[in-house]
Structures are given as structure tokens and as C-alpha cells.
Write a protein that binds this ligand. Structure first.
Ligand SMILES: [Zn+2]
Length: 184
């Protein structure tokens, strides 16, 4: 057994389920599941940015309703929801599937929701140099639903805005309005 499998076995023992035949191989499945659920921290972010010249297009690019599965760093329990990622191109655009991969890369690790959005927009600003970048996330947190305050229907929304989306002028207001209209 590797260390993670040992951890799983200890947890099973602690629950008193070590003699339950159903848990015989659970330590291996636990390890595989956790390897996948934290695979984002082993993703090479830079490699996601295969970019193209933008040509004539200089309006907003939005990929919305990207499924998001992450693990809360405080409780090691899942939070699940969707992300909307937008940018306004500078000189380059990125393959649209890469926006989804970027969300996967930052959500498949121990996280808090606020940081995923920040990391997604910061990576866009750093590697794509757009005029602006935005990431809106809405998620339900099992650590709130299964335990703690037990609020089954609460949805947490966070937004990370950078560049033009943050500007306190006409252009900034227009960019934010367009984004909100497109996400609806
Ligand atoms: Zn939590």
C-alpha cells in the first residue's frame, strides 16, 4: 500500500468497517479517485496556452456553464458548480477548449472557490495578455450541505474581474454589462 492507500485503510478501520467485504479494495479506489481529483496541481498551465492571432475579432469571448468539481481545502469535501470564463482579446486568442481545461487545472486540487476564479483570470492575464478577463463561479459546497450549517440550497457566487472589466469608466461598465447579459 502507498501512503494514500494506508490513509484510506486507517479511515476505514476507524469507521469499524475493515471486515466489511465491500471495503476490501476501497483503499485502491480511494487513491485512484484522489489522484484524479487533485490532478490539476500536476497540470502544466503554460502548455494550455496554444494561442492564435486574433484576426479581426476583438469582441468578448465567453465559455459559459463549464462544470466545476473541486475539493474544499478546509474539509476535504467536494464543491460542485459551474464557471463562466470570459476575455476580451488583446492580440491573441486561445483555443476555446483551453478555457475549460484551465478551470479543470485550477479546480482539481485542494481549493477555495474564491481562489479558483483569481487563478483562472490571472493565468489569462499572464499568458494571453487580453484587454480583460473574468471568471464567475457558482457552486454548492458539500461541507455546508452535509454538515455544519446544513444549508442544502445555498449557492455561493464569486467573481474575479481583471483589466477592462474592472475599470471605473464607460468602457468598464459596458464590458461588465455585456458579460452579465451574456451569462444570463
Ligand atoms: Zn469546506
Amino acid at each position: 500500500m502507498n501512503k494514500i492507500e494506508q490513509l484510506a485503510q486507517e479511515l476505514i478501520n476507524w469507521c469499524g468497517e475493515q471486515d466489511n467485504p465491500g471495503t476490501k479494495e476501497t483503499h485502491k479506489r480511494f487513491y485512484k479517485a484522489w489522484e484524479f481529483m487533485t490532478s490539476g496541481c500536476r497540470t502544466d498551465i503554460v502548455s494550455l496556452f496554444t494561442t492564435f492571432e486574433k484576426g479581426d475579432y476583438d469582441q468578448m469571448v465567453l465559455l459559459k456553464n463549464i462544470e466545476l468539481y473541486s475539493m474544499c481545502e478546509h474539509h476535504l469535501l467536494p464543491f460542485i458548480g459551474k464557471a463562466h470564463v470570459a476575455y476580451i482579446p488583446g492580440t491573441k486568442i486561445v483555443g476555446i477548449s483551453k478555457l475549460a481545461r484551465l478551470v479543470d487545472a485550477y479546480s482539481r486540487r485542494l481549493q477555495i472557490q474564491e481562489r479558483i476564479g483569481e487563478q483562472v483570470t490571472q493565468a489569462l492575464m499572464d499568458y494571453l495578455q487580453p484587454v480583460g478577463a473574468a471568471c464567475i463561479i457558482e457552486a454548492q459546497h458539500l461541507c455546508m450541505q452535509m454538515r455544519g450549517v446544513k444549508k442544502q440550497n445555498s449557492v455561493m457566487q464569486t467573481s474575479s474581474l481583471k483589466g477592462v472589466f474592472l475599470q471605473q469608466n464607460e468602457r468598464g461598465v459596458a464590458a461588465r454589462n455585456e458579460l452579465m447579459l451574456m451569462i444570463k
